[in-house]
Every structure is written in structure tokens, then in C-alpha cells.
Design a binder for this molecule. Structure first.
Ligand SMILES: Nc1nc2c(c(=O)[nH]1)N[C@H]1C(S)=C(S)[C@@H](COP(=O)(O)O)O[C@H]1N2
Ligand SMILES: [Mo]
Length: 161
């Protein structure tokens, strides 16, 4: 082994030693899914989430003015992709907000994992990178505080239960 090989090996060792893998911070990953799915966990980059069929919906929200257009993947497609078998998902946001959402919501309604609003990417400063958005204006029953609570913005992780 020459010097640079040895140096390279030592750097790799140091990185492995001092930077243990933290799933939520793995490079480019914006969403981690755990719990009752196929495999231990699933991680998605923005590009991987954009590779799902993209859907858009227009709705008013409880936190913005007027009607907005959201675009992203269907939560039901995400559940299918990870092989979710549970009854609910515990959604966790970057700000620590956490709430259980019945998976049945994703079957009954076209609930989006929205990645953009009005054509602009959602950033962590502005409800991004992922905002769970319900088609509220299309279903009277969704205009309800119980559903408003499930509009998790800054979504970071889902645990299927
Ligand atoms: N990340 C995150 N998402 C969240 C919340 C929150 O605090 N953090 N509040 C929830 C609640 S309780 C409701 S009613 C709606 C609207 O929240 P707001 O009325 O506090 O603006 O967003 C939901 N999504
Ligand atoms: Mo709320």
C-alpha cells in the first residue's frame, strides 16, 4: 500500500468513526419512513419523490390566503411504494410537530405530499420541503379542525403503525 492509499484508508476510517450514519441526515434524503413497511426503513431524496407520478390540486388552506395550487406525489402512491401495511402513520415534522394520520385518508382522498406551491418549490422556511395537503375545497367534510391538524408541513418522517 502506498502513502496515499494509506492516507485514504485512514480518512475513511476516521469518517466512519466520527460520523456514524444518521438516517435522517443522510445526504439528500428529505423523507424517512419506518415501521410497518417492507424492509426496515425507506429513504427518499427530492428527486425520488419527484419521480412518483406528480399530481396537482387547488385548494384554500387554513394558513394561507386564497386558493393555492399544490403539486406533488399522492400519499397513497408513497404508501404502496414502501409496502405499508399499518392503519396509521405517525407524521413527524422538522419543528417537532407530530400527529397520527389514518392511512384510510389517503385511500378516500387524493392527499398530496406537496413539493411545490404555485409553481415554486416549498422550502423548509416556507412549509417545505414536504407539506401534506388535503383536497379540502373538493370535500366539505375536510373543512374540519381534525383534518387541518393532519396538514403537516415541514414533513420529515413517517412511522407506519
Ligand atoms: N409542522 C407543523 N405542521 C403543522 C402544525 C405545526 O405546528 N407544525 N400545526 C398543525 C395544526 S394543529 C393545524 S390546525 C394546522 C394549521 O396550523 P395553525 O393554525 O397553527 O397555523 O397545521 C398543522 N400542521
Ligand atoms: Mo390545530
Amino acid at each position: 500500500m502506498n502513502r496515499s492509499r494509506i492516507a485514504g484508508a485512514m480518512t475513511g476510517f476516521a469518517v466512519a468513526l466520527f460520523c456514524p450514519e444518521r438516517p435522517a441526515l443522510a445526504e439528500g434524503v428529505i423523507l424517512s419512513i419506518t415501521g410497518r413497511i417492507e424492509g426496515e426503513s425507506a429513504r427518499f431524496t427530492r428527486a425520488e419523490l419527484e419521480a412518483f407520478e406528480q399530481h396537482s390540486l387547488q385548494t384554500s388552506t387554513s394558513v394561507t390566503d386564497g386558493v393555492r395550487e399544490f403539486e406533488g406525489f399522492l400519499m397513497r402512491d408513497l404508501m404502496a411504494a414502501v409496502g405499508a401495511t399499518g392503519d396509521s402513520v405517525e407524521a413527524l415534522a422538522l419543528n417537532g410537530y407530530q400527529i397520527a394520520i389514518p392511512i384510510a385518508d389517503f385511500e378516500r382522498f387524493d392527499v398530496l405530499g406537496a413539493l411545490s406551491m404555485d409553481g415554486a418549490r416549498l422550502s423548509p422556511r416556507d412549509k417545505g420541503p414536504i407539506w401534506i395537503v388535503y383536497p379540502r375545497d373538493a370535500h366539505l367534510e375536510l373543512d374540519d379542525i381534525r383534518y387541518d391538524m393532519r396538514w403537516v408541513w415541514q414533513l420529515q418522517a413517517l412511522d407506519v403503525r
